[in-house]
Each structure stands twice: as structure tokens, then as C-alpha cells.
Write a protein that binds this ligand. Sequence first.
Ligand code: NAD
Ligand code: UDP
Length: 306
Amino acid sequence: MKALVVGGSGFLGSHLVDLLLEKNYEITVIDNYVTGNKKNLNHIQNKIRIIEHDVNQPIPLSEKFDEIYNLASPASPIDFERIPLFILETNSKGHQNVLEYAKNHGGRVFFASTSEVYGDPEIHPQQEDYRGNVNINGPRSCYDEAKRIGETLTTIYRLHYGVDTRTVRIFNTYGPRMRPEDGRVIPNFFTQALAKKPLTVYGDGSQTRSLCYVRDEVEGFYALMQSSETRPVNIGNPSEMTILELAQAINKLLKNDAGVEFKPLPKDDPQRRRPDITRAKQVLKWQPRISLDEGLQKTFEYFNSK
Ligand code: NAD
Ligand code: UDP
């Protein structure tokens, strides 16, 4: 089987490439390294083909892939401030380039959407049928609306142009290969705890997230891609915790006595987030296996070795 992984040098993309390689895929990666890291694929660079390319330009290939995974998009709130137009373009024009490629050459397309399409949700936990509560004019809208456009494009190409598509809604995922300076909660907390500094908790830390370990997450991607499910599917870990509880767990694991430091809550920061994974369980027979303790330990080993 031949796979194209767009955004394959990033955090999730590189773990997906590892998994596909284990399954003996012939793999091509496209990445422009806007947020990715060449080192993420160093350990397998002789086993895959890597093309440096911005997917906002047409894909410079003409062969057929059986599976095309599109994970290209900056995903950290600090990037929403830094490169909003690029994020919007990558999930719209860039994703359309991927869909056009499949329309012309064949192959099943996988779109990496996000729990952010639910915005600051009014229902809890979030099911796929929920249409969301996104502030279209807020600081996160360049990302949230970009992913919603990406889903719409995916649907148009499936219904009108016969492209075979799969859509995953990814909930917060963590693990080795996150960038220390990425700005998301896990890299921030590990970097701070390793330096024996207080962990920066935004707001009062009562907002919740449900964290999925990266290996579980990419196994969910693979299960979805092998299934016949064309509706969006939530993939994430339903065990929910407050950000303050997460900070305390990381300080305990790293034996950091510096505690926490409260900082202002960013605008439109979702108050609660937990996936309803009934669809994934029923249709894909998938559910996460790795506990938070085990996942945090593996993540600690990674950040500690940097
Ligand atoms: P990441 O930034 O580590 O990976 C994204 C990769 O795409 C990077 O290697 C980047 O260089 C590349 N890229 C971005 N724009 C590109 C472009 N125009 N052309 C070519 N390459 C480009 O982020 P990640 O956490 O691995 O996220 C991967 C995907 O999953 C993204 O689409 C993101 O929106 C989605 N997602 C991630 C999470 C999460 O918790 N990590 C949650 C929800 C959704
Ligand atoms: N957060 C925090 N301290 C940090 C970074 C993030 O308290 O140093 C909070 C953030 O406000 C949010 C949660 O942690 O409520 C998850 O943030 P992240 O940026 O990882 O992802 P999000 O789910 O917001 O996209």
C-alpha cells in the first residue's frame, strides 16, 4: 500500500508515519516545516520519501496513492496570533489541493479536523452531531473556522466529485515530539516543571480537557481510514480533568515543589471539553488504552532527554 502523509514531519504526522511503516506501507511525506521538525523523521529517513513543499501550492506529483492523510496545519494557540492567514489558507486552499489531487489521481483522503469545530461547547460531552458554538470573530476563529471549511470542502468533494474521504475530529493529544516551545499546555508544563519553575495555569484552572496519548490517537486514525465510515468521528480520550489537576499531576511526577502561578485566561478558551467516543467504539472498535500516568511518564522521558 502507498500512503502520502501531508504534514508528516509534525507531532501527530510523524507518529502516524511510524505506525504506517510498521504496517509496511510505502510512504511519501510532504511538509514545509512551518511547525514541523526534520528530526521527527530522522530515525526512518532512509525508509521513506520526504518532499519539502507548501501544500498551499498544487502537489508536485502525479502518481496514485492508496491513502492520503492530510495533517498539515499549525495547531497551537500561539500560532493563531502569529500566522492566522496561513492557517486559514492551509486548511482551505491547501486541503483543496489535496482533494483535487485525489480527484485526479484516485486514493482515499483523510482530513485532520478538530474538537475546536465545537468551539466553547454548550453540550457535554461533545457528540459528532453537535454543530458547535464557535466565535467567528475571536482569536481562535482563524483555526476553528478554517477546520470547519476543511470539513465542508471534504464533504463537497465526496458528494459532488466522488472522492473517497474520512474525517477525524481530534481532541487534545500529547506525547513525545511535541515542540517544547509549542505553547500548548503539555510542553509548557513539562518545560516549566523540569526547570523547577511554577506551572503557568491560565484562569483559575477549572477549565477541563481530556488528554489522549499520541499512540492511541494515531491508531484511531488508522482504524478510521480502514473503515467505511464517511461521517466525522471523534478520536480522543474521554477521561476529563481540570487544568489545575493536570498541573498538580505533572508537578508530582517531576517532584517539582514550585507549585503553580495563575495567569489570565485567554479569550474564548473553551471551558469544558470531552469527546463522546460512542461512534468510534461502535464503528471502529477503537478506544484509548494508555492511561494518563503511563502517557505522562513516556512524555516526561522525552522532554527530560532534550
Ligand atoms: P504540528 O504543527 O506538529 O504538525 C503539523 C505539520 O504540518 C507540521 O509538520 C507543519 O510543518 C506541517 N504544515 C503546516 N502547514 C503546512 C503547509 N501549508 N504545507 C506543508 N506542511 C504544512 O501539529 P500536530 O499537533 O501534529 O497537528 C497535526 C494535525 O492535527 C493538524 O491538522 C492539527 O490541526 C490537528 N489537530 C491536532 C491536535 C493535537 O492535540 N495535537 C488536536 C486537534 C487537531
Ligand atoms: N493552558 C494553561 N497554561 C499553559 C498553556 C495552556 O493553563 O501554559 C490551558 C489553556 O488555557 C487551555 C488548556 O490549558 O485551557 C489547553 O490548552 P492548549 O493550548 O494545550 O490547547 P487548547 O485545548 O486550548 O487548544
